[in-house]
Design a protein around this ligand. Sequence first.
Ligand SMILES: Cc1cc2nc3c(=O)[nH]c(=O)nc-3n(C[C@H](O)[C@H](O)[C@H](O)COP(=O)(O)O)c2cc1C
Ligand code: SF4
Ligand code: SF4
Length: 252
Amino acid sequence: MIGIYLSGTGNTKHCVEKLLNLLDDTARCIPLETPYIINMLENENTIVLGYPTQFSNAPFMVLDFIKRNPELWKGKKVFCVNTMGLFSGDGTGCTARLLKKYGAEILGGLQIKMPNSVCDSKLLKKGIEENRQIVKNADKRIEQTAEQIKRGIYPKEGLSFIAHIKGLFGQRLWFYRKTIYYTDKLKISDSCIGCGLCSKECPMKNIKMKENRAVPGKRCTMCYRCISLCPQKAITLLGEKVQEQCRFEKYE
Ligand SMILES: Cc1cc2nc3c(=O)[nH]c(=O)nc-3n(C[C@H](O)[C@H](O)[C@H](O)COP(=O)(O)O)c2cc1C
Ligand code: SF4
Ligand code: SF4
């Protein structure tokens, strides 16, 4: 068994690592951007795939990864883990359907509420205590799920036809254009001091350093990692101003 994940602010990383640790403490857990990840996956039968919900869909980087490796999934058993701020609809179903098309067997799906990673919108901001409670509840759910799985019962969250309709009409249709490709909408303000952190940490290698300034490219997967890390709060995407930066470690 192996865990793979995309995680912008650390929520999904935590959930996948915790679940795997409870199921098999020898199993490895690696980010999707790991070099040679395909070689590592080729020899594994069971994969736990984790990612954050984006507009009731999977981040484009995850969909792209699945599509670019169509042969990889044949015969694999995949359990999809999806984290969300509030509502995911069929967040797990979006990858499960694709994986099935490429020959994978879907073991189940788990959708877990976590703190919202969008930190440049006042609307989505929650207090630190509320976020800590959300993480505690999530941990409990992961522990219960691990117990179920050990008894051979896999949850099927987000995989039903009803969930599909909820995800489609609840969000995906209205935000369709945001979910079909990488975005070029990342903005970096003049307050950038050229520390290079965003460029080093971006899973898409989408930020280049030029003359001591960070310059965004056109292949952002909207993970919010750079936005939550920048010491100058110089980076924005969906909103205009960074409120409180989100990192999972704050809520442990
Ligand atoms: C661009 C973007 C879109 C999002 N859309 C949704 C959404 O539709 N529904 C939801 O519940 N959460 C949404 N979220 C919140 C994240 O799914 C959630 O905070 C997730 O746990 C972040 O995980 P990470 O830290 O592993 O990246 C969105 C976050 C981002 C950055
Ligand atoms: S993390 Fe912020 S300050 Fe550092 S290079 Fe990136 S944008 Fe500039
Ligand atoms: S540019 Fe920032 S938000 Fe976009 S993929 Fe890279 S780290 Fe994530």
